[in-house]
Design a protein around this ligand. Structure first.
Ligand code: ATP
Ligand code: MG
Length: 393
């Protein structure tokens, strides 16, 4: 820590004043003692005896005179007092510097830290203050991020609710104002309003599901399930819808069951969204493959894969963000909310697993890793998400 010129002068002044006071005190002590010795013959005798006893050797060499010892002791005491007063003053100055720094930080300079190093306990105060500021700043940043993300959520929800709501009000308004020519018109308007209302309901339900899955205290209905059986049932249930689009849904699984402890309904929701996505967005594709395999005794891997148009590389990292839809999907008549993959990720997270996506001209693969036992968490192995990275190997 560097002292300012003013502080240096204050220290010099302190030393000077202390020395002057001590000299005066010393002088008074000497005068009083001298006076006491002069007026007290008993004391004089006592001093004489002590003086005689302090001689060394046969020549009666006097090592220290009584006066010298006394003056020496007084100088040592004086030096101690001066040192103590200067150190005390110096510590006060250090404290003032620390307080000034704290005020500076508190005035909004949150990237500032106390820059100087001190000795002993004062340094521990500085280190603690810096650590405290660090943790306060990181909490403020967390708070801001959460606040921002909540604001974004509200903006997205209100936008996605307003669009269908505007249509509903528009069509119902036409009926209300008798702006129709036939019963068919009324039916057409109510039909549109009805489907828009259903779209709103689906958004609200998705949002509810999403926030529910993000809350760690939402109960899970865990049971032993056979993933292979689940995939077969899913493939069968999507068969007709896929056939209409010229797509074949197939499964690539072992003959024997692949059992894990999980919430069947929630996992079903994850696969439903992945297969629906493959049907909706895999333009030009002909195949959807549901695959599963054990990775180790405690981990399994399940994937939903489809050919057709790939997810652009720039979007791969974002598809799991809530409300994110790849450019063009929003304008398509696919009617999604962009919450499906965010919900899927939350559900997989709650199971202690992880999900990622890879996509190239051949295949788009959503790959899920899940622990076999409920309550276990498996380590997320960094996936290779871009085809370029894959090719580098
Ligand atoms: P929701 O599932 O909430 O109805 P959504 O399907 O648009 O809406 P997500 O399931 O989160 O939302 O998907 C996000 C985006 O990722 C989609 O809009 C789409 O652009 C892209 N996507 C997802 N799966 C695929 C896929 N298999 N092939 C190509 N693009 C995909
Ligand atoms: Mg979806």
């Amino acid at each position: 820590m560097k002292l300012t010129t003013r502080e240096k002068s204050a220290l010099i002044m302190e030393a000077f004043v202390t020395i002057v006071i001590l000299l005066l005190v010393n002088l008074s002590v000497i005068v009083i003692l001298n006076d006491m010795i002069q007026t007290n013959p008993g004391l004089q005798d006592g001093i004489f005896i002590i003086k005689r006893s302090m001689v060394i050797g046969p020549n009666h060499y006097q090592l220290w005179s009584w006066e010298n010892i006394f003056i020496g002791l007084m100088i040592a005491a004086d030096a101690g007092v001066v040192y103590w007063r200067l150190i005390r003053r110096y510590h006060q100055m250090q404290l003032r510097h620390i307080i000034d720094e704290l005020h500076y930080i508190a005035n909004g300079h949150f990237d500032h830290r106390i820059p100087f190093t001190l000795k002993g306990d004062t340094q521990r105060v500085v280190t603690s203050v810096n650590a405290l500021v660090d943790s306060v700043i990181s909490s403020i940043e967390d708070e801001r991020r959460i606040e921002k993300s909540k604001d974004e959520l509200i903006t997205n929800v209100s936008h996605d609710l307003r669009t269908p709501l505007t249509s509903i009000i528009g069509y119902l308004g036409l009926i209300e104002d008798h702006q129709y020519h036939s019963e068919d018109d009324i039916l057409k308007y109510t039909h549109t309003a009805f489907s828009k209302a259903k779209q709103m309901k689906s958004l609200v339900e998705d949002l509810f599901e999403y926030t529910k899955m993000r809350q760690t205290d939402t109960p899970m209905n865990i049971s032993k399930i056979d993933i292979n059986q689940m995939l077969e049932q899913l493939a069968a249930s999507f068969e007709l819808e896929a056939e209409d689009k010229g797509i074949k849904v197939s499964v690539d699984i072992d003959d024997k069951p692949l059992q894990i402890e999980a919430d069947a309904e929630k996992l079903g929701r994850v696969f439903n969204n992945l297969i629906t996505n493959a049907l909706k967005y895999g333009d030009g594709g002909h195949n959807i493959i549901l695959r599963s395999k054990p990775v180790s005794e405690r981990e399994i891997q399940v994937s939903v894969e489809n050919d057709g148009s790939p997810i652009p590389e720039a979007s791969l990292k974002q598809v799991f963000e809530r409300f994110y839809r790849v450019e063009g999907s929003r304008s398509k008549a696919t009617g999604g909310t962009g919450l499906g993959l965010a919900i899927a990720q939350s559900i997989v997270d709650r199971h202690g697993g992880y999900i990622y996506v890879t996509s190239d001209n051949e295949m788009t693969r959503f790959i899920i890793h899940l622990p076999v036992k409920n309550g276990e968490k498996i380590e997320h192995v960094q996936p290779k998400i871009s085809p370029e990275e894959n090719r580098e190997e």
